[in-house]
Design a protein around this ligand. Structure first.
Ligand code: ADP
Ligand code: NI
Length: 214
């Protein structure tokens, strides 16, 4: 099987598993991240096969989506074996999907340009117009308010607080979204992040104006 066939088959496999996902990690999130990662990979001269495969698989073993991370990692391993991805390529792919997740405060050093590109693409999808829409979608799904002025903005959260503490969609801008611009690894992603950051600032200014009724 050549690389293109492996990618096509993996797309179908991932799509099947994420079809009903409602927390912002649906198939279209994966598709956007993969497309964005390919654009960045071309600019940064990263390996396109590794970047594409890691992007497609990056949320399959996420702690919010599945109860058992080890089980999910095993199922990815079985999948990659079944389409004959080499052990060397698998090692690179696993290194990426295990090191890129945001998880409050657990910033890991990324070893490869491929990991940097996939993380940047995932983070770009959390900001800008799409990022705003995802934050409100996530909040709605969790039963959080779109905005609650009585809640303080949380800094330096533990993973438990990050996942389960009281928050709102607007609070999430300060707790995560506005921080992402400075966390981009590659120059190409930094440029795009600047634009999306400005858009979010404008959005919130308008939001507060309307909140106050002026
Ligand atoms: P990632 O895709 O980097 O793993 P998360 O899984 O933490 O990000 O979140 C998925 C989407 O939901 C992202 O767009 C993120 O900004 C948003 N989100 C996560 N936590 C919250 C929250 N407490 N309130 C609002 N939106 C959230
Ligand atoms: Ni993601």
């Amino acid at each position: 099987m050549n690389h293109t066939e492996m990618i096509n088959k993996t797309e179908i496999w991932v799509k099947e598993q994420l079809f009903d996902e409602k927390s912002g990690h649906d198939w279209y999130h994966i598709k956007r991240v993969t497309n964005q990662a390919i654009v960045l990979a071309n600019k940064e001269q990263a390996d396109l096969f590794i970047v594409t495969m890691a992007s497609l698989l990056h949320d399959i073993a996420d702690d919010k989506l599945i109860e058992n991370e080890e089980k999910a990692l095993n199922s990815i391993k079985e999948w990659l074996d079944s389409i004959q991805v080499t052990p060397e390529e698998q090692a690179l792919i696993f290194d990426i999907i295990q090191s890129i997740s945001f998880k409050a405060g657990n910033g890991q050093l990324l070893r490869t340009i491929e990991a940097k590109v996939v993380q940047d693409a995932d983070r770009l999808d959390a900001i800008g117009a799409i990022g705003i829409a995802r934050a409100f979608t996530y909040s709605g799904q969790k039963g959080q308010a779109m905005y609650d002025p009585t809640i303080a903005v949380r800094d330096n959260m533990t993973l438990e607080e990050y996942r389960n503490g009281k928050s709102s969609a607007v609070h999430h801008f300060y707790e995560k979204l506005f921080k992402l611009k400075d966390l981009m690894n590659t120059e190409s992603a930094k440029e795009e992040a600047e634009k999306r950051h400005l858009f979010m600032e404008e959005f919130l200014e308008q939001f507060y104006r309307e909140w106050e009724g002026v």
